[in-house]
Design a protein around this ligand. Sequence first.
Ligand SMILES: C[S@@+](CC[C@H](N)C(=O)[O-])C[C@H]1O[C@@H](n2cnc3c(N)ncnc32)[C@H](O)[C@@H]1O
Length: 234
Amino acid sequence: MAPPTPFDAAHAARYDDQFRPLAPLRDALHLVTQLALNEAPERARVLCVGAGTGAEVLQLAPVFPGWRFVAVDTSGPMLERCRARLAEAGLESRCVLHEGTVDTLPAELGPFDAATAVLVSQFLVDPGERRRFFQRIAERLRPGAPLLFADLAADSLDGELMALWQRAWRHAGASAEAVENMAASVGRSVAIVAPREVEALVAAGGFDEPVRVFQTVFIHGWLARRTASGLAAS
Ligand SMILES: C[S@@+](CC[C@H](N)C(=O)[O-])C[C@H]1O[C@@H](n2cnc3c(N)ncnc32)[C@H](O)[C@@H]1O
């Protein structure tokens, strides 16, 4: 079965519309992101990992006119769409787009005063890879700098939460087949693990214990800070 979220050209073309009926959930997360990061300096450098079509940059850039952004994403088509949306909003001069991972990001683009990773690490189903993902972000941040990250998470996949999640997909117009594929992808191409497990991986990657600041159904959001020493737990 093809993975349901390949972020190829066809997916990138429909990405911004596919969950539009759920926009109030996304908007709430964006507002929390803005509030959580607003302590960053007036001329902050902000790293947006898994920036996709630019949602976080488009939310933050108009509110914080002195901030500059580096948007990192492994998908060329998602970044193309991001570039077009930034240009439309007149924001492209404040944002560098990097196709690849944080590992391949040129060092001179950092260090960063704040970072986001919204709905990205859940695609790393191997816990070691997921910890390293956060470690790479920590390495690019100044000590004590904030990271706002969000991922799907749940203590249990049975019962009310999964039923509600499937209803949310149907509300967004997903077909019965798409809902079924989504449920089947859990554990294969998308990790939905307990919030405490996610927090432990992030802390092991070089952050202080993350604080949960958001939840709607499976989507959890956390604020974490790079450890003051800059060192990851062994
Ligand atoms: C669900 S989208 C989220 C996009 C955006 N943050 C948003 O909330 O709309 C996940 C994005 O993460 C990207 N991605 C997946 N793994 C990645 C990695 N290891 N490094 C950078 N980007 C990654 C995908 O290509 C995709 O654009």
